[in-house]
Design a protein around this ligand. Structure first.
Ligand code: ZN
Length: 223
């Protein structure tokens, strides 16, 4: 990612941008070209995962559903954030959205890649956070695994707040801090998977960890 220390920050930003934009670079290549076919083969991760349920076109619950015990605490969150009362909940740990896999924090691989850090919309405001788990709610009382409809697919997210910094950062990078607030939102409100980066700094022999979130750049802003 970085070659030497010269303009290190710029190198990190441009490498990250290339990675974030990789799939759109590939789709912009001339159709049916050898280069495009080759790149698509490299990027193709299709059918290496088990779809538990097709939620809507381009949106899939992945893996298996497991029974989820709704505590008083979660019950209140479901009611206040999603207006849900009663019924039953099953949990799952992965969600495929428009070709991008979102992982809940509890999923083993999520820890390795930090693939549970997301941006999402809440009351039309862009927010950042970490996915704790996904929920499938249905208005039934089945005890075994079920796919009863109608159903709603939600996720519980730990909110991260953007904090001011004196460093000059590109618009898609935010300095963030975990909060103790959690929200429950529909999976359709997830907008992007983000990069989450920890930078350690030693100040007077004490280690300070700075955390940053990088959001994929949307094409309108880039123009
Ligand atoms: Zn059911």
């Amino acid at each position: 990612m970085v070659h030497g220390t010269r303009h290190a920050a710029l190198q990190i930003c441009s490498s990250t941008l290339i990675f974030l934009k990789l799939s759109s670079f590939v789709s912009d290549l001339p159709a049916e070209s050898t280069v495009k076919n080759y790149c698509q083969k490299l990027c193709d991760v299709k059918k290496q995962y088990k779809v538990a349920e097709l939620i809507s076109p381009g949106l899939e619950a992945v893996g298996i559903f497991t029974n989820f015990i709704v505590t008083q605490h979660i019950q209140e969150a479901l009611l206040s954030h999603a207006n849900i009362r009663g019924g039953r909940c099953q949990s799952f740990l992965r969600l495929m959205k428009q070709g991008v896999m979102f992982f809940a924090d509890g999923y083993e691989r999520a820890k390795m890649f930090d693939s549970s850090f997301v941006s999402f919309l809440r009351n039309n405001n862009p927010c950042l956070g970490k996915i704790e788990y996904f929920l499938r709610w249905s208005n039934c009382n089945c005890r075994k695994r079920c796919l009863c409809l109608p159903a709603r697919h939600l996720c519980r997210i730990r909110l991260y707040e953007r904090i001011p910094t004196t460093a000059v950062l590109p618009s898609y990078v935010s300095k963030v801090r975990a909060t103790n607030n959690y929200v429950v939102i529909p999976v359709s409100s997830l907008t992007n998977l983000c990069f989450y980066v920890e930078v350690k700094e030693i100040v007077q022999e004490a280690e300070i960890v700075h955390t940053y979130a990088m959001e994929p750049v949307n094409d309108l802003e880039k123009e």
